[in-house]
Design a protein around this ligand. Structure first.
Ligand code: HEM
Length: 499
């Protein structure tokens, strides 16, 4: 008996020693850090679900004034940046030292995920980005504009039909719209999201970003607990979602080949890239590499857009003055062009200010991350960032820092007037990231979000109802910013121009 207790105690002691073995890493390098706990390091609150990753990093950010500080995720040292000049060096100037994200990229665990631009590592990332960039050109986005407008009209018809219910959940409404946009622009498919609550596309979309425990653990572990992912052989995506994407994209490609049908959508672009690939290319543009390039419109496109749109609607229901200003801008544009056009949307300055402020207060992805791939000496400091060190940039911390954004909890689009924007230091506002790995869908995401908002506000006034959460309680699971109870709002018919 005594022997058994001794063995258990010895094992616990050895595990404890093993878990704290790196805890002098930042101390030795003179980098400030919060005191870590054995086994878990500084991410106890993240793994117990008390806070989400964005808020956890922001809490740390607020406790330091130094250009950078360290934390421990389990026992691994991570460097967190605060200084804007250093953020610029790492994201842009010295990108060659930091060309990859920290998210695990393992073809054997998840072949499809490893070929998404967001996850792919160099040199494959460089190859894929150069190929797929053409799908995001202004010309291509303009070509998609009529497709997006058609979906926005469907959304308005859906809201008209449901306007008398107690509320419409704005996140779900915008997710339907964004899913339908992706289905039509990227895959040439009508996904039926507005007619059918259980449309397959929407069901898969819900699954991809569900905050169910298994899904959240998987997503967070791919960033912070690679050992766990490898040990349990966890794929990044649910296998049902992957099967759906593979089948849908292959059958669309086959169908297009047979019929030679052209639709100015992403599938057309992918077919062009495939036909122009040659044997000198470092990678073959085939199989999951193709599926991933189309699939990332779904995985990266719809949740980001619906989050941005729904938080913008939420703020406008709380501040009717802001809503009134946008509605009057929409009215001017409708009078000038007769309908909502690409040019008209680009000219709407106040709409742009509101969307910028939405992305400041609600950055969809509340952090940026990079992996150091060769030793790097921080300019003007003695610290050498060692190869293999994960670097995090707390976007939430920056976007709520009162030295850049006074009274940061206030939703104030005037922060982004031309005059104020010029005063804002570079890299304090980075909702789409920066440098060569900046969001490739920034322009598309903005056009889709703005057009959707304009369509809605041209027909409806958005109002607060008893179910609207004030203040918002943020979801602590997963990596995308969300409200725990969604965003229930009231839509009241009030066309800007009556015919
Ligand atoms: C308002 C909407 C959007 C927001 C706020 C957003 C935000 C972001 C952010 C913060 C990143 C990381 C950038 C970095 O690490 O520097 C990113 C990357 C990315 N985004 Fe977006 N995004 C949006 C819309 C879209 C859309 C519509 C697409 C379309 C497919 C898209 C595709 C991607 C891809 C593929 C990457 C990875 C780029 C790479 O590593 O080369 N995003 N996005």
């Amino acid at each position: 008996m005594f022997m058994n207790i001794l063995i258990v105690l010895t094992i616990i002691y050895l595990l404890y020693k093993f878990s704290v073995r790196n805890f002098d890493y930042w101390e030795k390098r003179g980098v400030p850090y919060p005191k870590p706990l054995p086994f878990i390091g500084n991410v106890f609150d993240l793994f117990t679900g008390r806070v989400g990753i964005g808020h956890l990093l922001a809490d740390f950010y607020n406790n330091y004034k130094t250009p950078y500080f360290g934390i421990y995720v389990f026992n691994k040292p991570y460097l967190i940046l605060r200084n804007l000049e250093l953020i610029k060096d790492i994201l842009v100037k010295d990108f060659n030292y930091f060309p990859d994200r920290t998210v695990l990229c393992d073809e054997k665990l998840d072949s499809l995920a490893s070929k998404l631009l967001f996850i792919a590592k160099n040199p494959e990332w460089k190859f894929l980005r150069s190929k797929i960039s053409q799908a995001f050109s202004t010309g291509k986005i303009k070509n998609m504009f009529p497709l997006i407008s058609a979906v926005a009209k469907e959304m308005n018809a859906y809201v008209t039909k449901n306007q008398h219910s107690n509320f419409i959940e704005a996140k779900e409404l915008c997710a339907k719209y964004a899913t339908e946009v992706v289905a039509t622009c990227a895959f040439g498919i009508n996904s039926n999201c507005f007619e059918n609550e259980d449309a397959e596309f929407r069901v898969i979309g819900r699954k991809l970003f569900s905050t169910e425990i298994m899904n959240s653990v998987r997503q967070v572990a791919y960033f912070f607990a690679h050992g766990l992912v490898k040990f349990f052989k966890l794929p990044f995506f649910d296998s049902g979602c992957v099967k759906f994407m593979r089948e849908m994209i292959h059958s669309t490609l086959e169908n297009r080949e047979k019929t030679q049908f052209k639709r100015n959508d992403v599938i057309d672009v992918i077919m062009q890239i495939r036909s122009k690939s040659n044997i000198q290319d470092a990678y073959k543009f085939e199989g999951d590499r193709i599926v991933a390039q189309a699939g990332q419109f779904f995985t990266a496109g719809f949740e980001t857009v619906s989050t941005t749109m729904s938080f913008a609607l939420y703020e406008m229901c709380l501040q009717q003055g802001i809503q009134g200003k946008i509605r009057s801008e929409i009215k001017d544009s409708l009078i000038k062009y007769g309908e909502l056009t690409y040019e008209g949307i680009q000219e709407m300055k106040y709409l742009n200010m509101v969307v910028c402020e939405t992305l400041r207060k609600y950055p969809v992805l509340a952090f940026l991350d990079r992996l150091c791939i060769q030793d790097y000496k921080i300019p003007g400091s003695d610290l050498v960032i060692e190869k293999g060190t994960p670097i995090y940039i707390p976007m939430f911390g920056l976007h709520y820092d009162p030295q850049y954004f006074p009274d940061p909890d206030k939703f104030d689009p005037e922060r982004f007037s031309d005059e104020n924007r010029n005063r804002l230091p570079s890299y304090a506002y980075i909702p789409f990231g920066e440098g060569p790995r900046v969001c490739i869908g920034e322009r598309l995401g903005l056009v889709v979000s703005k057009l959707g908002l304009c369509y809605l506000l041209s027909q409806f006034e958005v109002a607060r109802c008893t179910e609207t959460p004030v203040p918002i309680i943020f979801e602590t699971k997963g990596i995308i910013l969300a409200s725990t109870v969604g965003l229930p709002l009231k839509f009241q018919k009030s066309p800007i121009i009556t015919t």
